[in-house]
Design a protein around this ligand. Structure first.
Ligand code: ZN
Ligand code: ZN
Length: 287
């Protein structure tokens, strides 16, 4: 098998001003090789229509620069919610993100694993998630984006926080071919994976491969954590400025499961900080 090319490093870009004039311009400014965007307000249910001209320019610009595009669905999406209105909005919102993702040529749409909230039985919550997610996965056209499940930091009745929990999670969804995994380093650390310890990244990624199989890891959110390992708190920090530190990210680039998998920063700050953090990632990758 020919070696896969090294992982692209990128950032979640702000898209005020439009996908192309705002988002792609930002990516160019900070030197991003991969892009993640919100296509609607991430804390709301509005299904914002695209601007065809911005969509086309964005798609063409990213294709030309070989920049893979990822979409992050609304934070509110929870297909396991016991609240009927939330469930209905979740389906509509995720379907919208997938069709918009298709229009802009996205490779994946990231969605959080979901929570049982007040549903006493997690299997019941998971059954509801299955019933609502499988039809959406079946609707995705061949050239459309995959759905990338992002494990959470583990607070509340989360359906998947540790990488081990992703195994049964994917199985409950028939290991659908359109499913992938987005690993967030801050979430994994908060959920109890001590990736800051020497060899911690290797242990965690080995466990991930055992749980979900090879080739499912499609995206990494590269974030440091303000809080301690096992805190279940989701507080992103700039790389090297939190509890994870810099070395684990170097280890990430060396693991075969992460080879060629794009990394996207979701770290605090604006263009100068993102430019600096991307430079740091590149220096670790190209060591
Ligand atoms: Zn997320
Ligand atoms: Zn994330």
């Amino acid at each position: 098998m020919p070696p896969r090319k090294p992982s692209a490093v990128g950032v979640h870009v702000p898209v005020a001003g439009g996908l192309s004039s705002g988002g792609l311009a930002y990516a160019r400014d900070v030197g991003a090789e991969a892009i993640q965007v919100f296509l609607s307000n991430p804390r709301g249910w509005a299904r914002t229509p695209g601007d065809p001209r911005q969509d086309d320019e964005f798609r063409a610009g990213c294709t030309k620069a070989k920049i893979p595009i990822f979409v992050h669905a609304s934070y509110l999406v929870n297909l396991a919610s016991p609240t009927p209105a939330t469930l209905e909005n979740s389906v509509l919102s995720l379907r919208h993100a997938l069709s918009r993702g298709c229009a802009i040529g996205a490779r994946g749409v990231v969605v959080h694993a979901g929570s049982a909230v007040t549903t006493a039985s997690k299997p019941t919550a998971m059954a509801q998630l299955r019933e609502n997610l499988l039809p959406l996965l079946d609707e995705i056209p061949d050239d459309g984006p995959d759905v990338l499940i992002e494990a959470t930091a583990g607070a509340g009745q989360s359906l998947a926080a540790t990488v081990d929990e992703l195994g049964p999670y994917l199985e409950a969804l028939d290991a659908h071919p359109r499913l992938g995994i987005c690993l967030d380093t801050c979430h994994a650390f908060a959920a109890g994976h001590d990736i800051a310890a020497p060899g911690g990244v290797r242990t965690t990624l080995n466990a991930l491969v055992r749980a979900v199989g090879r080739g499912r890891l499609k995206l990494i959110h590269a974030n440091d954590s303000k809080d301690a390992c096992g805190s279940n708190r989701d507080n992103h920090e700039r790389l090297g400025k939190g509890r994870i530190g810099i070395e684990p990210f170097a280890e990430l680039f060396r693991h075969p499961a992460a080879r060629g998998v794009p990394l996207v920063l979701e770290t605090p700050g604006k263009a100068p900080e993102h430019r600096e953090d991307l430079g740091l990632l590149r220096s670790l990758r190209d060591r």
